[in-house]
Design a protein around this ligand. Sequence first.
Ligand SMILES: NC(=O)c1ccc[n+]([C@@H]2O[C@H](COP(=O)([O-])OP(=O)(O)OC[C@H]3O[C@@H](n4cnc5c(N)ncnc54)[C@H](O)[C@@H]3O)[C@@H](O)[C@H]2O)c1
Ligand SMILES: [Zn+2]
Length: 362
Amino acid sequence: MRRVPAPLPSRAYDVLVGRGCLAGLGTALMRRCPGGKTVVCCDENVAALYLEQVRSSLRASGYEVSHIVIPAGEAQKDLARAEELYGVLYDRGLRRGDTVVALGGGVIGDLAGFVAATYQRGVRLAQVPTTLLAQVDAAVGGKVAVDFRAGKNYVGTFYQPWLVYIDLATLETLPVRELHSGAAEVAKYALLDGGELLGRVERLARGRLVAARVSETLVAACVARKVAVVAGDEREETGARAVLNLGHTVGHAVEAATGFSRYAHGEAVGLGLRASLWLSRRLCGMDARDEARGQALLDGLGLPRRLEAVPAAAVCELTHRDKKAGRDGVGYVLLDGLGSPRLNVRVPAELEREAVEWLLQR
Ligand SMILES: NC(=O)c1ccc[n+]([C@@H]2O[C@H](COP(=O)([O-])OP(=O)(O)OC[C@H]3O[C@@H](n4cnc5c(N)ncnc54)[C@H](O)[C@@H]3O)[C@@H](O)[C@H]2O)c1
Ligand SMILES: [Zn+2]
């Protein structure tokens, strides 16, 4: 089992990464959040697979355990569902020293995390992510939120967990499309790293992407990279955390332009990463070999090669509505070269349009 320390200003915690370690959750949690009650929050899919194992591990360590199961899907991540969760915590008499355990993908992590952050101004929180996306990204870094009207993650806060506990064996049951989608975030870290992690992800991309090939070392390296960025800008104030937005400006616009239904988040981010590489070559002097190497990595990870049937104008219009856009438009994260990100690049509207056209026509 790997331990990645996350020494963040508001809380220092461990991210533990293992394979087949779910039964050890209770022991690991007891060391960090001794005693009390736990409420495990998960969706129906994850409940059928892992809830019993998690409950018995927590019970065996001496916790009083209850749970709540909600339907799966992004539509659950709203204030109404949050209120229902508050109700469960209230009925179970949860107090500050007790722990909410978010067992599942990013939807559960964000929703249960938001509830833990706000209930009684904050009860303890353990993240037990079961999708690749949540393991390398959503569960780490402390962003918790629900969606509000058309705004994704519009109501939320920063709230670090007490523990992130990752069992890679849970990826074995993940639908293959979700695995590929999570791989887009892995590719993002690889492009930002440009060194050992890039090499490791390139090796992964050379064979078929199956859960068994996702190693503890790989996931721990992705987590460490995210932690390093977040440690320098925990609340997104200095701008340094924006580097994690690589590929996401176009990615989010693609998701929105296609009604959040056609592409999984990671698939859209994959397209966004392709556009970023294309723009990096034209605006930041990235050399052609680096661009080709980046595109090949995304091919190998099974991410979409092209954008299908969306007007380029619709995508471009939406990049400017990005939550992270400033008053004078959106600053892109691009790359001078693999491993050398450049923040806040202003992309001329014409070139942005060309990049999206390229995605549509390639
Ligand atoms: N907080 C952050 O920093 C952050 C970062 C990235 C994404 N997010 C959020 O994460 C969410 C997306 O997360 P996601 O992609 O994990 O989606 P998700 O939570 O909806 O999970 C995807 C699907 O996989 C199922 N599932 C989960 N684990 C499984 C397993 N081990 N076996 C079988 N099925 C399993 C779920 O039931 C669901 O149907 C979005 O809401 C996004 O906003 C948050
Ligand atoms: Zn993402």
